[in-house]
Design a protein around this ligand. Sequence first.
Ligand SMILES: [Zn+2]
Length: 494
Amino acid sequence: MYHIKLARDRRKKKRIKFVIFSGAIFSILLGVLLTFNDTSDESLPKNDHVFETEYHPLDSSHVNSTLSHSNNLNEDDMSSDNKDRIIQETDNKNTTLSYDDLDNKDDEVDQVDLGLSDNGQELPEEANKVLDELLDVADQALRIREQFSYTVVNGDSFSDVLQQSGLLKEVSDDLLKQYSELANIKPGQQFYWILDRDGNLEYLNWLVSLKEERIYERESEVKFKRLILEKETIWKKEILKGKINGSLSQSLSSLGLNSRQIAQLTKALQWQFNMRNLRKGDKFAISVNREYLDNKLTGQGNVEAIHIKTGGKNYYAVQANNGRYYNKQGETLGKTFSRYPLLRAARVSSPFNPRRRHPVTGRVRPHNGVDLSVSSGTPIIAPSDGTVEKVAYQANGAGRYVVLRHGREYQTVYMHLSRALVKAGQSVKKGQRIALSGNTGRSTGPHLHYEFRINGRPVNPLTVKLPGSSSQMGTKERKDFLVRAKEAEKSLKL
Ligand SMILES: [Zn+2]
C-alpha cells in the first residue's frame, strides 16, 4: 500500500509539474483571448435544431407517457418540427417559461474562463489564482480517477460498493468468485479502492473491523491476491487541530491521516462547501480514533468528526453509528441526492439566473442551470437513482445532452457532453457514470451545464432543497447521533 502510494505520489508530482507548465501557457493564451474578447458568441443568431438524435430505443411518445406527465421536458428537443407544438403547449399552460429561452442559455459565454472576463487588464495579478485553480482541478481530476472510499449501509451488496466508482457488476462478480467472503459485507464497514489508469480495479482494502483488514491486490487480469491483517493493538481517541496549508487533503495528510481517512472526510464534506474556497490559514479540528502498536501509529484509524471554519462559517461532518457522516443536524451529506452530478464539487463558472440579461441585447435570457467548470472527459454521475429520459444532440445549442428523470417530479439535464454513456429508457443508479463532460454545441469552453427541474421548472441546483435531504437515520439512531454531534462540537472548538 505504501509503495503504491509513494509511486503514485511521484507520478502525481510529475503530472502536476506538467500541469503547472501547461497552466502557465494557458494563462498567457487566456490573456490574449481576453484582449480580443468581443462576446461574439452572445450575438450569434439562434438556430437551434436537432442534427441528430441518438439512442431512442423507445419511441418518444412512449417515453412521454410512461415517464412523465407535465412534460415540457421532452419538448426541449427543439427540433423545428416540434417548435410550434412547444410554444402552443407552453401557452396553454400559462407558464412564463418559454423553451426558446431554455435554448438561449446555451448561447451564453460560459467558458473555461476563470471569472476574468470583466477585468482582463488585471491578468498578471490574477495569473497566480488562475494557476492555483488549474492545479486544483488537475489534482482533483487525478484523484477522482484513482481513489474511492465507501462505507457500507444496510442493504448494500458488494457490487453496490464498487459501483460507486462506475465499475460494472462483472468486476465484483469476478472478485466474489475468487473470494466469496465479500458477499458478507456489513453496515459500517469501510472500503477503500484504487483504479488503474484504464479504470480497472487495482487494489481494494476492506476494513472488516478495527482488528481486521483485508487487502485484495490485482495479480493478473483475472486473479487477485489477498492479504489478511489482524492486529493486537491499542486504540486511542485524540483531537487533532491544524490549519489549511495547501489543499485540504495535504493538510490532513500532514496531521498523519491516511488516504482512506482523507478520502472519507473530503467525501463527507464536499457537498457542504466548495473546497476550492478554503484559504490558507483556515482552521480545522478532527476527532480521531487511532491505532497504536508499541506506541507507534499503525496508520489505521477512524475519524469521528471534523470541524472546519472557513469564510466565517463553521462546517461539521460527524460520523454516526452506521459509519456514515452527517452534518451537525443529522442530515445526510449528499446521500440520496448529490448536490453535484460529479464525484467532487467543481467551481461554478456561471450561476443559475432566471432574470439574466443578455449583456449585448439587454433582453432577458434566463440561465436555467449552473455551469460547472470541469475539463473535458470528466465523468458525470447520476446524482440520484432515475431513468434516462433522453439522449440527444444539438449542434448549435445544447450539444450532446442527457435528460434524467428521478421519480415523478424531478429531472436533471446535462449539456455540452462529449459522450453519453447511457441510452434512453435505461435506469441508472446514484453514482453511476452517465456521460463524459465536453464542449459540444454552443459552448465556449469545456464545462457542464447542469439543470435541476421540479415538475418541469428549472430551479437553482445549488440551493434547491434536495429530496431526501433530511435524516436517513432511525429515531433511536438519530437521538444517539445528536448527542455525539453535541460532544463533537464541544471538543472540536476552534
Ligand atoms: Zn449554461
